[in-house]
Design a protein around this ligand. Structure first.
Ligand SMILES: Cc1ncc(COP(=O)(O)O)c(C=O)c1O
Length: 387
C-alpha cells in the first residue's frame, strides 16, 4: 500500500545512525549517545511528588479539559509575566498542549489549507518543516547562518508575497543561534508589512549560559497582533516524557488551535497538568541547577574538541553543540561523517543534513550524557581525528 501523505515524510535521518548504534551496542560496544536531544536529567522531585499525589485522587482520572485546566493556563500567564513582563489573558491567549511538537503540528494544521506556503527557518528541528508538509502546505526554507542573514532572506521572500506563516525558533536547535529583542522587533515589523503570521518556538527559553537571556517574541511591541509563541516543559523543567507545553499569544490563532484540539483530544491526564502547574508556579531553583549541569557539559565537550584541533564555539544557549565538520572530513558529508564517528569513535551525533539542506556540513552534539561520558566521547573522537 502507498499513502500519499506518508510519502512526503522521509524517515528521520538520525534513524540510520541510531540503528547502527543499536547494532553496535548489541555487539557489546560502549557507545556514547550524543545523538537525540532527549534530556537525561530526572524531573525535579517536587514535580514528581505532586503528580503522585494527584494520581491518587479518583476525580483526576476523568477526561480533562482539552485546552488545559484553568489553573495551568493561569500559571502559564503568570510565568510569562514573571519571566518576560508580558501580560496574557489566561482564558483566551493561552492553551496547554501535549508538548511543543503536538501544539505546533496542530496549530499549523489549523492555520493552513493545502497549497498554502509556509516559510521555515533552516536548518531546524524537523517538525517545524514537517508540520507544514503534513498539513499539505508548501515550504520555503529561510537560511539562518546568522540573525542578519535570516532577516535578509525573510525580507527577500516575504517581499514576493509568498508565505502565509513563518515558523522559527531562537535559541535554535540545531544551530544554537541566539538573538536579542531587536531581532524579534524587526521580524514583527516585517510580518505586519507583508501579512505574515508568526509561530515562534521558544523551547530553549531557560537553557541559557554566561549571562545571556533569551527574549520572548511576545516582548516585541505588537507581536500579539501577528503571532504566537510555543514553550515546552521538556527542557527547562526536564519533563520530556510528560508531554507538556503550551502556546500563547494571538487570540485568533490560539482559538483556532483550541477548536481543532477540542475535536482531537480531551487534554493531558489531569495529574500531569497539576504537576506542570506546580513546575511553573513553584520554586525555580531546579531550573538553574539543570542549566548549570548543561553548562558544565558544554564546557567539557567544547574544551575537549578545541583541544583536538576541532574548532567549535561555546553556545550561549540550548543543550547542543553545533560543530562544522573538520576540513579534513568535510567532503564526506554529515551522514557519512556521523557514521565514521560512530564506528571508529563510538560516539553518536546527529548529522546536520537531518535538520534540512542548509544543515549539511555540520553535526550536532546533544549534551545528554554526563561529564565523564562526554570526556570518553572526546577520547573516541580523538581516534577518528588521528586516522
Ligand atoms: C526547538 C524544539 N522545539 C520543541 C522540541 C520538543 O518539545 P516537546 O518535548 O515539548 O514536544 C524540541 C526538542 O528537541 C526542540 O528542539
Amino acid at each position: 500500500m502507498e499513502f500519499e501523505r506518508i510519502k512526503q515524510i522521509p524517515p528521520y535521518a538520525l534513524g540510520v545512525v541510531v540503528a547502527m548504534m543499536t547494532e553496535a551496542r548489541k555487539r557489546g560496544e560502549d557507545v556514547i549517545n550524543l545523538g537525540m536531544g532527549n534530556p537525561d536529567l530526572p524531573t525535579p522531585p517536587h514535580i514528581v511528588a505532586k503528580m503522585k499525589e494527584a494520581t491518587d485522587k479518583p476525580k483526576n482520572h476523568r477526561y480533562s479539559v482539552s485546552r488545559g485546566i484553568p489553573k495551568l493556563r493561569m500559571a502559564i500567564c503568570k510565568w510569562y509575566q514573571r519571566n518576560f513582563g508580558v501580560e496574557l489573558d489566561w482564558d483566551s491567549e493561552a492553551i496547554a498542549t501535549m508538548g511543543a511538537k503536538e501544539g505546533l503540528s496542530h496549530l499549523i494544521y489549523a492555520l493552513t489549507m493545502p497549497g498554502d506556503t509556509v516559510l521555515v527557518q533552516n536548518p531546524t528541528y524537523p517538525i517545524h518543516t514537517y508540520a507544514a508538509i503534513i498539513a499539505g502546505a508548501q515550504t520555503i526554507p529561510i537560511r539562518s547562518d546568522s540573525p542578519e542573514i535570516f532577516l535578509e532572506q525573510l525580507e527577500e521572500i516575504a517581499r514576493t508575497g509568498k508565505g502565509k506563516i513563518l515558523i522559527f525558533s531562537f535559541p535554535s536547535n540545531p544551530t544554537t543561534l541566539a538573538v536579542e529583542l531587536a531581532f524579534f522587533e524587526r521580524v514583527v515589523a516585517l510580518a505586519k508589512q507583508y501579512q505574515l503570521l508568526l509561530v515562534h518556538d521558544l523551547a530553549y527559553a531557560d537553557i541559557v549560559f554566561d549571562g545571556y537571556q533569551a527574549p520572548s517574541l511576545l516582548q516585541a511591541k505588537g507581536a500579539k497582533d501577528v503571532g504566537v509563541e510555543i514553550y515546552s516543559l521538556s527542557k527547562g523543567y526536564s519533563m520530556p516524557g510528560w508531554r507538556v507545553g503550551f502556546v500563547v499569544g494571538n487570540r485568533e490563532m490560539v482559538t483556532a488551535l483550541t477548536r481543532i484540539k477540542s475535536y482531537l483530544d480531551y487534554g493531558m491526564f489531569a495529574p500531569i497538568q497539576i504537576a506542570a502547574t506546580v513546575a511553573l508556579d513553584g520554586p525555580q531553583a531546579c531550573v538553574k541547577e539543570i542549566v548549570e549541569i548543561y553548562r558544565r557539559r558544554r564546557d567539557v565537550l567544547c574544551d575537549g574538541l578545541n583541544g583536538l584541533g576541532w574548532a567549535v564555539e561555546k553556545p550561549k544557549a540550548t543543550m547542543f553543540v553545533w560543530a562544522k565538520i573538520p576540513e579534513h572530513f568535510a567532503s564526506m558529508g554529515s551522514l557519512e561523517f556521523a557514521k565514521r564517528l560512530l564506528t571508529k569513535g563510538l560516539v553518536t551525533v546527529s548529522p546536520g543534513i537531518g535538520f534540512g539542506p542548509f544543515g549539511e556540513g555540520y553535526v550536532r552534539f546533544a549534551l545528554v550524557e554526563n561529564e565523564k561520558r562526554i570526556r570518553q566521547a572526546v577520547r573516541g573522537i580523538k581516534k577518528v581525528m588521528n586516522l
